[in-house]
Design a protein around this ligand. Structure first.
Ligand SMILES: C[S@@+](CC[C@H](N)C(=O)[O-])C[C@H]1O[C@@H](n2cnc3c(N)ncnc32)[C@H](O)[C@@H]1O
Length: 311
């Protein structure tokens, strides 16, 4: 079933769904994994890889992204451990969400995406895998994908290694895919080209933003609402069931409830600036270990996602 999602269990009350391991609208999983194996060879071969990953983990425990990702060993170490499986899952997710797939396969125009907290590049490679696969149908057409990545840690080398690989190996014309990395805190950055964006992604990043600075994160969501054009898409994903809680009055609500209130409006009223066009509270992506080989464990993922469209 190319490009679709299959219900894992029709009677499941949580409406859990399972993404396909691979489909015709994305490059093959082994091609995605190859990008990481080639670009990360030096770190995968390093006898110190495990110690780099442990260092990152201890800083992440304290939500110290600057210390966690302050050198290339830690950045490549983290990305070599987590980004390949996430890139597989995101490629499957992007190709299963029709509005995202249609945006990526549109043959004539330049499409622009902003990946907030995307420095480790899983979503960059996931987007590239779908765009480049669909581009095979019209390799000489003028369509182009421009991906802007904003991250508080300096991931420029990781983004540039993987982008160069995708351009050189997955495309007929290299300039059809472009990435730009901006090393800034999204909560204080001035983003003045929001109106040109077709898609904004906040993948496994929203929880972090709320934990860092709640007021500024709410302000950032309002900035997106004010700046994004009609029809643009916003994709939020987090580990399933992981949203932290906030207290309003004397009640506790998951952050997801606050996000929906800001973006879509109060429950039942739907008078906010965005509408939800696809959602699932528990989506699985499972690795088929027979089809891919990678020196480190490739993790299955279970996540929550919402796809919003600007009204
Ligand atoms: C858990 S990682 C998610 C990585 C990637 N999006 C993925 O799904 O694989 C969170 C990312 O958000 C970034 N981040 C955290 N706070 C940020 C902020 N205020 N502005 C921009 N990026 C931030 C971190 O540096 C890190 O790269």
């Amino acid at each position: 079933m190319a490009g679709g999602r299959s219900k894992s269990n029709e009677s499941d009350h949580e409406a859990s769904s399972t993404l396909l391991f691979k489909n015709d609208d994305s490059l093959e999983p082994y091609q995605i994994i190859d990008a990481f194996t080639v670009c990360f060879k030096h770190i995968l071969d390093s006898p110190e890889l495990d110690s780099f990953i442990q260092k990152v983990k201890s800083h992440l425990y304290n939500r110290d992204y600057i210390a966690a990702f302050d050198d290339d060993n830690k950045r490549f170490g983290y990305a070599s451990r987590w980004s390949p499986s996430r890139a597989l899952a995101y490629a499957s997710l992007f190709s299963s969400l029709l509005p995202v797939k249609e945006m990526l396969q549109e043959p004539e125009n330049v499409k622009r995406v902003l990946c907030v907290g995307g420095g480790a590049s899983s979503e960059v490679v996931g987007l590239g895998a779908v765009f480049c696969r669909l581009k095979e149908y019209h390799p000489n057409s003028p369509s182009q994908l421009d991906i802007n990545v904003v991250d508080i840690a300096d991931w420029s080398t990781v983004v540039s290694h993987l982008s160069t690989y995708m351009k050189q190996n997955w495309l007929h014309k290299e300039h059809s895919l472009n990435t730009r990395f901006v090393n800034e805190d999204i909560l204080s950055a001035k983003i003045d080209d929001l109106a040109t964006l077709d898609l904004v992604t906040l993948l496994f990043t929203t929880n972090e933003l709320f934990a860092e600075k709640r007021k500024e994160t709410i302000k950032f969501l309002h900035t997106l609402s004010n700046g994004c054009k009609k029809g643009s898409l916003l994709l939020i994903a987090e580990s399933a069931g992981s949203f932290s809680h906030i207290t309003i009055g004397n009640k506790q609500f998951p952050v997801q409830f606050l996000i929906d209130t800001i973006l879509v409006g109060k429950q039942g009223e739907g008078n906010g600036p965005w509408e939800i066009i696809s959602e699932n509270d528990s989506t699985w992506y499972r690795i088929n270990e027979k089809e891919v080989a990678y020196p480190l464990k490739l993790e299955n993922m279970r996540f929550f996602y919402r796809l919003y469209r600007k009204k």
